[in-house]
Every structure is written in structure tokens, then in C-alpha cells.
Design a protein around this ligand. Sequence first.
Ligand code: URA
Length: 200
Amino acid sequence: ISDARAMASSASSLEALEAALAAFEHCELKHGARSLVFCDGRPQARVMIIGEAPGRDEDIQGRPFVGRAGQLLDRMLAAIGLSREATDAESAVYITNILPWRPPQNRDPKPEEIAMLKPFVERHVELVSPDLLVLMGNISCQAMLGRRGITRLRGEWSEVLGLPALPMFHPAYLLRNPSAKREAWADLLELKARLKRGEA
Ligand code: URA
């Protein structure tokens, strides 16, 4: 972990951070994955979304949230006027994950994997320097807030690295539990309202 911290903190750009991850040899997951999945969207975006880990489609394409959950995420964002393709900071988003490599069979990340890779995520947030964070699902909350229990955490702003952070249900969870889309919609409206207030 001290290695990870040193490598992450010496990265002075997003390109350097991605290169540092590519050169990081201490995480087993790297050896079972096809791609390093670093980010998508616009670094100038006001909103940075932090998911869990690449799945099969993401591992193949090398981009986060491109499978079914990702398609739902895009629809959710579009409903409040955000997209990863937008070129203006107001409507753009930037997307990354806690883990840049797909865990075997999409198993949950282990706490020690999260701890090992967290310095990279923290540096990632610093370099993007968004106005606010969206934490997608339990793993993202566990990593960034040190707390699980998304049903209780969702919809309430917390502070992460000095930034407002909103936990939300993960789109993969919403695919399995469509009735939770009601809460997800409320959280999207809360996100939009905060962006509009400009106080983020
Ligand atoms: N789920 C995630 O949390 N991240 C992805 O990139 C894809 C699915």
C-alpha cells in the first residue's frame, strides 16, 4: 500500500495516473483482467461518478459502464440532462470505478484489494477536481465513506476528500430491483437540484 500511495501521489496528470496503474504490479486482479479500465467522460465535468469495478463488457471494451448497467446509467443521467459525451462542464460527467480491473467471475472486491487501490482513486479525484461525487452502490460507499448499507446511505450527502458526495443505488441493483428506481429518481433530482443551486 505504501507503494501505491507513492506511485499515486507522484502522478501529476490523469495520463500519468493511468500509466502508474498500468505499472502497478501488486494487485492480483490485474493478471486476470484483459483491460485496464480507467475512465470515460470529460475531466472538466462538475460531476464525477465512482462505480465498483469493470464487468465482462467493460473488460472487453476497456471503458467503464458500457454493459447493461452502464446503459441504464446513461439513461438515468440523460433524464437530468447529463451525459458522458457532453462537451460543456455543466452537462458532462466523468466516470471511473474503485477497481480498474475486473474481478474474476465478477466477484465482490476484497477489502484488501479496495484498500490497496484506494490511493489511486483518491488521486484520481484530486486530479479531476470535480464539484461533487456520486458514489454508485455499496462497494463505492465502502471504499470512499468506510460505510456500507446503501439503503440507508442513499440520497444523503456526505463529504469525501472535501467534496459533497451522494450515495446512490447502483444501476446493476436497479436492474435486479426495478422498484428501487423510485428512490434512484429522487436521488437524481437531488443531484440536479444541487448542481443547479451551484453551491456544490
Ligand atoms: N459496474 C460498475 O460498477 N462499473 C462498471 O464499469 C460496470 C459495471
